[in-house]
Design a protein around this ligand. Structure first.
Ligand code: ATP
Ligand code: MG
Length: 291
């Protein structure tokens, strides 16, 4: 399957009829061999490198990639693999954990806003303001700790947060920031297998966290929250990609295909050299040749 076609089958531009159960975490497209996928991934990575270099030179668009997922879905590995070819100078990765005391003194978009990519750059958010309609929704005590004026916390709070996020992303899009959001869709069964591997394989022990096992108890609540989030925040200018995450090799391929698709759509080109610049280059060349 062509890169663009592969990515499109996981892309949600309009969430109105979105249902998570229509997406299979174990889907591998029509690809059946890891070798074939690896070859395609290498091609995508090389293409991404070329496109990133144009994005940087053109210095007008920025690209924000947001990753959300249940624990052990492979966010870190995906970011590492997919971005392995790009020039590190043009990419910033930011991970968002539970908010600090300072962060809790501000509105929920404050901390992520400070890490938005500048023009010409790619920004990657490993978790994001979307946690505000996920973990915060699943655990009422997290919301209670947010120090909001009580009269502002009503039954409409999630609807209001979706609206704020939609407005924020539209604002960003109108200013040249291209936003693409990835939900790495893992099955409960595969999560169990990966947690067990963290317990059993010494080199994976460091990844194990007892809190992750507790969070697993809330699996169904999280799935509902993810579904509602995608329904309410998928947009043509800021689509969600629901990426099958049970097979890591396929996750990497589908994410890289989506990034290539996005950069291709921007029709990036190196800045044009005008007559005066050409003259300047000519003069510089002559100067160099003299010595
Ligand atoms: P790893 O894969 O290494 O475990 P991680 O992204 O899960 O990486 P952790 O240190 O385990 O990192 O934890 C991040 C935790 O922070 C998650 O449980 C997440 O739900 C929580 N978190 C992130 N943003 C918020 C937020 N706005 N409010 C409350 N909790 C948050
Ligand atoms: Mg974790």
């Amino acid at each position: 399957m062509k890169t663009a076609k592969l990515a499109k089958s996981f892309r949600i531009d309009d969430g109105k009829h979105f249902r998570l159960k229509d997406f299979d975490p174990a889907d591998t497209g029509r690809l059946h061999s890891i070798e074939q996928a690896k070859e395609q991934l290498q091609k995508d990575i090389a293409r991404m490198e070329e496109l990133q270099s144009r994005l940087y030179a053109q210095d007008c668009w920025s690209l924000l990639l947001i990753f959300q997922a249940m624990d052990a879905a492979g966010k870190d590995g995906t970011i590492k693999h997919v971005m392995s070819g790009v020039n590190p100078e043009g990419v910033q990765v930011t991970s968002f954990k539970a908010p600090s005391a300072t962060e809790l003194q501000h509105d929920f978009l404050w901390r992520t806003t400070q890490h938005l990519p500048e023009r010409g750059h790619i920004g990657i958010f490993n978790r994001s303001y979307y946690e505000e309609v996920l973990v915060v929704r699943v655990h009422p005590k997290v919301l209670a700790a947010e120090k909001l004026p009580p009269s502002l916390v009503t039954k409409n709070i999630w609807e209001e947060r979706f609206e704020d996020i939609r407005c924020f992303e539209r604002h960003m899009a109108r200013n040249g920031s291209v936003i693409r959001k990835f939900f790495l869709h893992l099955s409960k069964k595969e999560q169990k297998r990966r947690f067990l591997a963290r317990l059993e394989e010494p080199e994976k022990n460091w990844k194990f966290s007892a809190a992750d096992i507790q969070e697993r108890e809330y699996w169904d609540d999280y799935q509902k929250a993810y579904e509602d989030m995608i329904r309410n925040t998928a947009a043509k200018h800021a689509p969600w990609y629901v990426i099958p995450a049970d097979n890591k090799w396929f996750t990497h391929l589908a994410v890289s295909a989506a990034i290539v698709e996005t950069l291709e759509e921007l029709e990036l080109s190196y800045p044009k050299v005008d007559a005066s610049k050409r003259k300047e280059l000519q003069a510089a060349r002559q100067l160099l040749m003299k010595k």
